[in-house]
Structure formats: C-alpha cells, structure tokens
Design a binder for this molecule. Structure first.
Ligand SMILES: Cc1ncc(COP(=O)(O)O)c(C=O)c1O
Length: 367
C-alpha cells in the first residue's frame, strides 16, 4: 500500500540530526519560552520576509489570536464581518467566530480554489472589516491584488498560511502577503512539528506585541496581567524540531513541485480534472487535489490498486452542525469541491516506484 502520507518516513529522513536536536533541547532543562523558541521565531520571520514571528500552540490559535488582538487594539469590533472562503478547513472560520466576529463565507475562484478580488468584491458590504484568505492546498493567494484591494477599502487582510509554507507570489513569501498570517505546524504540513504547533507572522510591531501578550495569559511580565489572555505558546522541543526542519523546507518544496509536475504531465485520464499550478513557485503542493464526478469509484479503484487517498474536505463549514446558522446558504463552487475533490499521495520522501504507481493507477481508472 502507498500510504497517503507516511509521517514515520518523513521524520526518519531528518535523522540523526532531528534526534540530536531534540536531545540537546531536553538536556538544556528549559522547556517553555526559551532560546529554541526565540531562535525559531527569528529564522521563520526571516524566511517569510516579515519583521516578527510569534510561536504559538497551533494554527487555530495563531489565527484566533490575530483577530482577538485586532479587537483588543480597537482595529476590529465585536460583530464586525470578515470575508473567508466557503471551501476552507473549518479552522479558518472558527478563528473568526472565536474572536467574536462574523464569518462571511464566499465562493472561491473555480480555477485556483482560492479567494479572488472579484469574489471578495461581490461579498463586500459596509459591515465587512476584514478578509481571511487561505493558501489552500499550498497555492498562494493573489496576495498583491488582495492587499491593494484591502487597503483601498480600509480592510484588514489576514492570511491563513497553514498550508502555504514557502509559497511565493509576486516575489513575496506566504506569511507576508497581508497584515498578518497564521501558520499551522501540524505534523503533516510542509513544515511540520512532532505535535501541535503554530505561529503568527507580521511586520506590525504593535500587533506582534499584543499577540505575544494575549498568548501568554495577557502578560508581558510574570504575574502582571494587562489583558485577559490565553495560554498558547510554542514549546522549546517543538521549536527545536521546527528549526531543524526549516533548513530543508525549500528543498522539500522543490521535491514536492517536481512530483506535482510529473503528475500534471503524466496523469491523462479524461475522467479527472487536474489542479492549476499557477506561476513557478506559487504552489508548494501541500495537497495534490484531483477532481472527478466519479469520486467514490475513483477512491475505491485507488484503494484496490494500493494507493491511499483523502478528501479535502467532504463537508464544507456551512454544512456542519456547528454552523447551523449558515444552513440556508449555498455556494456552488464550494459544494462542488466537497463532492468531487480527491487528494492523492504527494510528499518529498515518495520513491520513484511509488510516483509511477500512483500515475498508473489514476490513468487506469475507467467506468
Ligand atoms: C487551512 C487551515 N487553517 C487552519 C488550520 C488549523 O491548524 P491547527 O491544526 O494547527 O490548529 C489548518 C490545519 O489543520 C488548516 O489546514
């Protein structure tokens, strides 16, 4: 069986350096808010091209903290509306709700599966004060256009970069397209920790300061609490793991791209729609998302052929019970993606034999 993702193999590819790094960090005897976190924050801010990075507990917290900080700073107010793609992972939508704001779901562009300026324009009302754009599947948002649009309309642009580590658009990296970005380092991400972890990147010093405080009980100085905060911090062991893996992120993304290029060139099945790669560097292929009207049959065929698959995502946020209030809404592109999307294995440690087998299995599918 070719697993959809083999995390053990991914981790082993960083050995023995990874274990040495972790061992060193254990022996240092300092596990929260120390040198490892500081070093990673510096390196990751540099990598993304932002002035600041704040390590936090996970990707959902990263996004929630950004919105909470804007409310704290008076830049957003409870009840303000935020445009977000209807086809995203539910965490994007939860981050908006968690901060007391209202998500305005919007259909994505049918080619890129990401928010477009046209889509945002259609959803814009006087109550909308911000946009949360998602680098879905690893494809960078149209960052430059969205940022210009946001500035003209006095909107905050937040980027959900949980799937976009290292993606480039108009010479900028994911994480630097808007006013602030939230990253997830969930183990399966292009840059993944060995547990939960996340980060915020921004070049807004005041925002960075408020987020850092909010993520640490609302405190800058131990036992002095200025804000009603939460506890969401990147621990030293995960920071050490991430620093070790960050050194290879560009090289691993290049490997992902070369596998994606092979798929795009050699998957020739007319029953399958291939993803749009965009310009060089725009897609870092966190997920290789096929589409087909015959998903159930294709998934069964691939399972029989020994190829693991996943669906991203089978139920869009507005169809979830958690968001019963959206029940009447209908988003044709998001619904269609939920019904037709199928992800095939793509990660840097795949063998040549596995890549060929995946291509062959998809091509052999027929009705
Ligand atoms: C698009 C998107 N946003 C947010 C998240 C939330 O990240 P985490 O699982 O680290 O909370 C994820 C990942 O799971 C994601 O894929």
């Amino acid at each position: 069986m070719i697993p959809y993702l083999d995390l053990k193999r991914v981790t082993e590819s960083f050995e023995p350096e990874l274990s040495r790094t972790v061992e060193k960090s254990i022996q240092r005897g300092w596990y929260i808010r120390g040198k490892e976190c500081e070093n990673f924050e510096k390196s990751f801010a540099k990598f993304c091209g932002t002035d600041f990075c704040i390590g936090v507990g996970n990707g959902l917290d990263a996004l929630t903290l950004i919105f909470k900080a804007y409310v704290q700073m008076g830049r957003l107010h409870l009840g303000d509306r935020i445009i977000v793609p209807a086809n995203t992972y539910i965490a994007s939508v939860l981050a908006i709700s968690n901060a007391g704001l209202v998500p305005v779901l919007t259909d994505p562009d049918p080619l890129t599966y990401n928010l477009s300026v046209e889509g945002v324009q259609k959803a814009l009302t006087p109550q909308v004060k911000g946009i949360l754009a998602v680098d879905l599947y690893g494809r960078a948002i149209p960052g430059k256009e969205l940022f210009e649009f946001a500035k003209i309309h006095d909107l905050i642009l937040v980027e959900d970069a949980a799937q976009g580590h290292g993606a480039l658009e108009n010479h900028k990296r994911a994480g630097s397209f808007g006013d602030a970005a939230g990253f997830s380092f969930y183990p399966g991400k292009n840059l993944g920790a060995l547990g939960d972890a996340g980060a915020v990147t921004t070049s807004d010093g005041e925002l960075a300061k408020v987020i850092r405080m909010l993520a640490n009980y609302g405190s800058e100085q131990k036992y002095v609490n200025l804000l009603k905060g939460m506890n969401s911090r990147l621990d030293e062991l995960q920071a050490a793991v991430l620093s070790c893996k960050l050194n290879r992120l560009d090289a691993d993304n290049a490997k992902r791209t070369s596998i994606a290029e092979r798929y795009l060139k050699n998957i020739l099945n007319p029953l399958v729609i291939l993803p749009n790669p965009g310009k060089p560097g725009e897609h870092v292929w966190h997920i290789f998302a096929l589409r087909t009207s015959y998903r159930k049959a294709l998934q069964e065929h691939l399972t029989q052929a020994g190829v693991g698959t996943l669906i991203h995502y089978p139920i869009p946020p507005h169809r979830q019970e958690a968001y019963a209030e959206f029940g009447e809404l209908y988003f044709p592109i998001a619904e269609d993606l939920a019904d037709t999307e199928l992800s095939i294995p793509l990660y840097p440690q795949m063998t040549e034999d596995e890549i060929l087998k995946v291509i062959e299995a998809v091509n052999e599918f027929h009705l």
